[in-house]
Design a protein around this ligand. Structure first.
Ligand code: RP5
Length: 166
């Protein structure tokens, strides 16, 4: 875990390995671009099960409101998070093996009663945006920033279309 968690962190970003960081940095950067404080941790469902359990069990009392959990291979970490907290958990399948299909299925196929919201393989940025949308339900300023992001995105599509014709 990276130092003391920031007191204002609302999103917890946890990865099964530091090798997931090159993918997950996009989530971290997107959260910060939206002005959302986040907490970063490496905790494996298999290699550090107690650390993973404790991090999830204490997440809500630390002030977190959403968890983004990334893992590759037998990607059990998002499910373990969801088992220990009722905070919403967004799982990011990492393409560490089998082009990420194994991780996607591991994350998506949760038993009824313990949900995890799975984004696409290596879908780090979408995970951050989904976390932001959840927070924006009770944060009108953040909702405004998300609307602005969507507007800019739409403008970029139109600009690219124009370039096709030049
Ligand atoms: C998973 O196994 C991790 O989330 C990572 O995606 C994958 C490989 O981990 P390392 O062997 O690189 O630590 O648990």
């Amino acid at each position: 875990m990276q130092g003391e968690p920031r007191r204002t962190a609302r999103v917890g970003l946890v990865m099964g390995s530091d090798s997931d960081w090159p993918v997950m940095k996009a989530a971290w950067d997107q959260l910060h671009a939206l002005g959302i404080e986040a907490e970063l941790a490496v905790a494996s469902a298999h290699r550090t099960p107690e650390r993973a359990m404790t991090w999830a069990r204490t997440a809500a009392e630390r002030g977190l409101r959403v968890i983004i959990a990334a893992a590759g291979g037998a990607a059990h970490l998002p499910g373990v998070m969801a088992a220990w907290t009722t905070l919403p958990v967004i799982g990011v399948p990492i393409a560490a093996s089998l082009e990420g299909l194994d991780a996607l299925l591991s994350i998506a196929q949760m038993p009824p009663g313990v949900p995890v919201a799975a984004v696409g393989i290596n879908g780090a940025r979408n995970a951050a945006l989904l976390a932001a949308e959840i927070l924006a339900l009770s944060d009108p300023e953040l909702a405004g920033r998300l609307h602005e992001l969507r507007r800019r995105q739409a403008d970029q599509v139109a600009e690219r279309e124009q370039r096709l014709l030049q």
